[in-house]
Design a protein around this ligand. Structure first.
Ligand SMILES: [Zn+2]
Length: 99
């Protein structure tokens, strides 16, 4: 997978007429701009959440890597795997801009 800057591509839209009928008009980005767009500077970001599923008060486990943490207040990021602890329903990885 390659990430590209959608905002940059939107600077290259062109009007398209008559794709469905003569009254239809919309904008499109030529495929050449998409293929030639530079890869955006992004890094994968893991997401998780602190879960207390052992029934032990004050003992939480990272949903992304499973490390146990007992500190309060809970960290915004897992000190073990670096997951951002704001996921709903479990941890997932996605890309986030480094900018
Ligand atoms: Zn973790």
């Amino acid at each position: 997978m390659r990430y590209i800057d959608a905002d940059e591509l939107l600077k290259h839209t062109i009007p398209v007429y008559g794709a469905y009928d003569d009254s239809c008009e919309f904008e499109a980005v030529p495929v050449g701009y998409v293929k030639g767009a530079p890869t955006a500077d992004v890094a994968p970001v893991a997401r998780g959440r602190w879960i207390n599923d052992d029934g032990i008060p004050g003992l939480y486990r990272c949903s992304a890597c499973g490390i146990v943490d007992h500190r309060e207040p809970k960290h915004r990021y897992c000190p073990s795997c670096g997951a951002r602890m704001d996921a709903e329903g479990g941890g997932q990885a996605h890309a986030e801009s480094k900018a």
